[in-house]
Design a protein around this ligand. Structure first.
Ligand SMILES: Nc1ncnc2c1ncn2[C@@H]1O[C@H](COP(=O)(O)OP(=O)(O)OP(=O)(O)O)[C@@H](O)[C@H]1O
Length: 612
């Protein structure tokens, strides 16, 4: 960790996302699979040009046979040619069904692979990247980005996979039609340009409506999540009517945003589809006129008719391609916001996914140099409102019990979080004299373990919450629970260690949650134990037992503890006193009581605002 800012603030303006370059990078993730998709779908979309040609030949030969019969000539060669065309048509049709089966399989594989790659990259950056990661928006927004935006991008691959087929088909169809009648071909192709211009002009709206729809959806999800989490607070304050009307307002906003997005999508589709009808009408009018004047035979007329739907469909496809490209840009932009300070290509970086077979074993936990000294120098972490931590310095030696104390809001939690890399910070932290470059990944077991002020438990058994997948023995588990003063609670829980706790299990009290989290920390057997204000949910006697147990059973443990309780202050080798985000004094309890008015106020509990 150096004096420079550790991680930039979220939400800064980012350059426009280069959608095309990002899509290209995705395609070359599995070049063989992508090439197979392009080839198989290319063939699948191009072969209908051959069907149309063969159908036109069947009709042309039948027309020829009829003419020969009327003239009293031998019609057999024309009939044989018609049968040959029928046979070729059947073969081509049959092959196309086989190609379709292979292409669909390859497409799903490509789609889900790219889907998984994007999600893996998002998750890896949030969880593993250097520096601390805070979600830039709400968890519901993040879920929507993981789910909907990833899906939009991966599904957009379809457009590119189909492109070559539609292009070749269009080129072949236009050439065949041009050879028969350039004027009708031009009339049929003109809408293509119109569609492209139409969709291009709508591009800003496409992006805006998609963005607004996604945001409005996330707001509804957020509000529902918050309401479920605060049901009792809502009931107690009799706020149900206000909550319902707010939900209705959010729902209305979402409805309007979704309606605009869907309407625009359907409008584009509608315009595209109607091009087919316009094309058919043009061919009917112009073609029938030419047949009447004897300037076009039935075979050529059928050729036009057979090629037309797919050709105009391709035109619609190109319009849709532009619209989807714009929406994909929005999805990239939204996912990119989730990555915050990540380099842009991180989103589409290539990594092994292990989608088939056994997942690889996790690497063993890295050994760490045992703590001898920890030095914090000029550590600052300022929140958006200008409050937080300013220029804090203190040291800690192996086996010490250091208490950080101060009034409510004096910056104690910010100090711990900045030290552990959970907040963007500047300053220097040294572990055994070595500068810590990335505290977020450094301060983890076996070096350090942490209990937050408001810890979270998973919906799982108490045992699994404490061990977190670690294969620790009963002695480790038993000692962690004993040290965390949980034995009495265990006896009262319906299934003891196997009791399901968390959001979907038994509701534990705040103090029980905090002690379960402390047990989780103690089961990690880390060198440095960091407690953030366990006093906030423990009574004085339980907290006293906690510190007493630690000093008798783990006398070698190094503890950094936020507390204002006498039990902790009496046990402290050193106390760091904070006020208004700054360290104002530090030393042993006796010294501080003698010279620090803040310490005396905290000790005597005379200050009204002392954290309780
Ligand atoms: N995420 C945040 N955004 C903005 N301000 C914050 C944030 N977190 C904390 N603060 C502010 O920073 C100051 C220090 O907060 P901090 O939580 O570090 O204090 P504390 O001493 O731990 O308080 P307490 O004893 O209540 O836990 C407070 O004024 C608080 O309102």
């Amino acid at each position: 960790m150096t004096g420079a800012p550790l991680s930039p603030e979220a939400g800064r303006v980012r350059p426009e996302v280069p959608t095309l370059a990002l899509m290209r990078r995705l395609f070359v993730y599995k070049p063989g699979l992508f090439a197979f998709n392009v080839l198989s779908w290319g063939l699948f979309h191009t072969l209908p040009a051959a069907f149309s040609y063969l159908i036109s030949r069947i009709f042309a030969h039948l027309g020829e046979a009829q003419g020969l019969a009327q003239a009293g000539k031998n019609q057999h060669p024309a009939v044989a040619a018609a049968w040959l065309a029928v046979l070729l048509f059947a073969v081509a049709r049959g092959s196309n069904i086989g190609i379709f089966a292979a292409a669909v399989r390859a497409w799903f594989k490509l789609w889900f692979t790219l889907d998984a790659l994007l999600r893996r990259n998002l998750l890896a950056w949030l969880v593993l990247a250097p520096g601390s990661r805070r979600l830039p928006d709400t968890p519901a927004e993040a879920v929507s980005r993981f789910r909907d935006d990833v899906e939009d991008v991966a599904a957009n691959t379809e457009v590119w996979v189909d492109a070559s087929g539609f292009l070749i088909y269009s080129a072949v169809a236009i050439t065949l039609m041009w050879r028969v009648d350039p004027l009708i071909t031009l009339v049929v192709c003109a809408p293509l340009l119109l569609v492209v211009v139409f969709v291009q002009r709508l591009s800003p709206q496409i992006r805006t409506y998609r963005r607004r729809m996604r945001q409005a959806t996330a707001r509804v999800t957020d509000f529902l999540g918050e309401t479920f989490g605060a049901v009792s607070a809502v009931k107690l304050s009799a706020h149900e009517p206000q909550m319902v009307s707010h939900l209705i307002r959010l729902g209305e906003t979402r409805k309007a945003a979704a309606l605009k997005d869907v309407l625009l999508t359907e409008l584009i589709k509608g315009v595209n589809t109607n091009m087919i009808n316009l094309g058919v009408g043009a061919v009917l009018l112009l073609g029938a006129n030419l047949i009447l004047r004897g300037r076009m035979n039935v075979g050529d007329f059928v050729l036009f008719f057979a090629l037309l739907p797919r050709l105009t469909g391709s035109m619609g496809y190109f319009g849709d391609m532009i619209a989807r490209h714009r929406r994909t840009g929005v999805s990239f932009e939204r996912m990119n916001r989730l990555l915050q300070d990540a380099p842009l290509p991180q989103l589409v970086a290539h990594h092994d996914l292990h989608l088939e077979g056994e997942p690889p074993a996790l690497p063993p936990r890295a050994g760490a140099e045992p703590l001898r000294t920890l030095d914090v120098e000029h550590l600052s972490a300022v929140h958006d409102n200008g409050r937080g931590l300013h220029d804090a310095s203190f040291s800690l030696r192996r086996g010490e019990f250091v208490v950080i104390t101060g009034r409510i809001g004096s910056g104690k939690s910010t100090l711990l979080r900045a030290l552990l890399g959970l907040l963007p910070a500047s300053g220097e932290v040294r572990w055994n004299g070595e500068v810590v470059q990335d505290p977020a990944s450094f301060f983890v077991p076996p070096r350090s373990a942490y209990t937050a002020q408001l810890p979270q438990l998973f919906s799982d058994s108490l045992q699994d919450n404490v061990l977190m997948g670690e294969a620790a023995g009963e002695d480790v588990l038993g000692r962690a629970l004993r040290l965390a003063v949980m034995e009495q609670d265990l006896r009262e829980l319906p299934q003891g260690l196997l009791t399901q706790v968390g959001a979907r299990g038994v509701k534990l009290s705040g103090g029980q949650v905090q002690r379960a989290a402390a047990a989780r920390m103690l089961a990690q057997r880390a060198d440095l134990l960091v407690f953030d204000d366990v006093s906030s949910a423990l009574d004085a006697e339980t907290e006293r037992q906690l510190w007493l147990g630690l000093s008798t059973e783990l006398p070698e443990a190094t503890c950094l503890v936020v507390s204002h309780r006498r039990a902790a202050l009496l046990r402290a080798d050193r106390i760091v006193v904070m006020e208004e985000g700054r360290v104002v004094d530090q030393g042993r309890l006796g010294e501080l009581l003698a010279r620090s008015p803040q310490m005396r106020a905290l000790w005597s509990g005379e200050e009204d605002e002392v954290a309780v």
